[in-house]
Write a protein that binds this ligand. Structure first.
Ligand SMILES: C[S@@+](CC[C@H](N)C(=O)[O-])C[C@H]1O[C@@H](n2cnc3c(N)ncnc32)[C@H](O)[C@@H]1O
Length: 285
């Protein structure tokens, strides 16, 4: 188990606030801060379709009636919240700790006339400003990896869900405990986790997240290793940005291009990283 720290706001600002990161997410990822889901036989280059498909994977697993209220833990610019509202009829409360993400989320939802069905609030998802049992569903799209205390975050998701409420977690994690990774891989992965404020990856991994969910009181319905569906997007992004990264590394200030660097260099440890979709339910009394 890793050392549990508090919220690393400075780290998250460094990851998401730098110019290079903002440009990437705004222009390349069209405001989404998540990867994509590519079906076998589909082109790896259709990033926006892959992102839409990943959002649909989430919506289908939540499987809630239109009008149901869901929590979006770590909402970023609210792309996923708006997808859940428009394509699945859900009413979404998004929380995030980065003020510039929340401002962007509100602006984009206003522009899409979704200001009522998607609401965004500053909150740390380890300590939510909601009553017990308020939500029909909750999800975390590629954000639990930033958690400084995953068991506490899962307990908090469990608390705010009603009995029978659904939780879906999507995102990356190490394939196993860091100390058991093949020699040479851990040395590559750990500085990356630190630079990207991915504290949660020191605590949970593909081998123990289901158990942590159970310990938090959930029944795990599915723990899907979705790495094969994520791989084409990672491959396309790596291919597209390898050369730009080389140029920036030699001519610019590499620290300003943290996300670009991670996208390119972390491709080398891809066999130690798995992408999962966990679906769990808070048992009905
Ligand atoms: C990779 S982004 C994903 C954003 C969004 N889910 C999406 O898919 O577009 C991770 C987000 O989680 C947020 N985050 C990290 N730790 C958090 C915490 N403890 N509480 C709330 N949000 C957090 C970050 O600020 C960031 O916006």
């Amino acid at each position: 188990m890793g050392v549990v720290q508090g919220l690393d706001l400075a780290g998250l600002r460094r990851v998401y606030g730098r110019t290079g990161s903002r440009l990437f997410y705004t222009w390349v990822a069209r405001n989404a801060r998540h990867w994509g889901w590519t079906e076998p036989g589909q082109s790896k280059w259709r990033l926006w379709r892959a992102q839409r498909q990943l959002q649909d994977v989430l919506g289908r697993r939540l499987a809630l009636r239109p009008g149901a209220r869901v929590l979006d833990a770590g909402c970023g610019a609210g792309v996923v919240a708006r997808a859940m509202a428009t394509r699945f009829g859900l009413v979404v409360d998004g929380v995030d700790v980065l003020d510039f993400h929340l401002a962007e989320a509100r602006r984009l939802s206003e522009r899409a006339a979704l200001g009522v069905r998607t609401v965004f609030t500053w909150a740390d998802y380890h300590d939510l400003p909601y009553a017990t049992g308020e939500f029909d569903g909750a999800y975390a799209m590629e954000t639990l990896v930033h958690s400084y205390d995953p068991p506490r975050a899962l307990a908090e998701f469990h608390r705010v869900l009603r009995p029978g409420g659904k939780l879906v977690l999507l995102g990356p994690m190490a394939t196993g405990p860091l100390e058991e990774l093949p020699p040479g891989k851990r040395e590559l992965l750990e500085p990356f986790l630190d630079a990207m404020a991915m504290t949660g990856a020191r605590v949970f991994h593909a081998g123990n997240l289901s158990r942590l969910l159970t310990e938090a009181g959930f029944e795990v319905e599915e723990a899907l290793d979705a790495s094969a569906y994520y791989a084409p997007t990672a491959e396309a992004v790596h291919t597209a940005f390898r050369l730009p990264w080389e140029v920036l590394r030699r001519c610019g200030d590499p620290a300003r291009w943290l996300n670009l660097r991670s996208t390119v260099e972390m491709y080398d440890v891809r066999e130690c990283v798995a992408w999962y979709v966990h679906t769990a339910v808070k048992p009905a009394r």
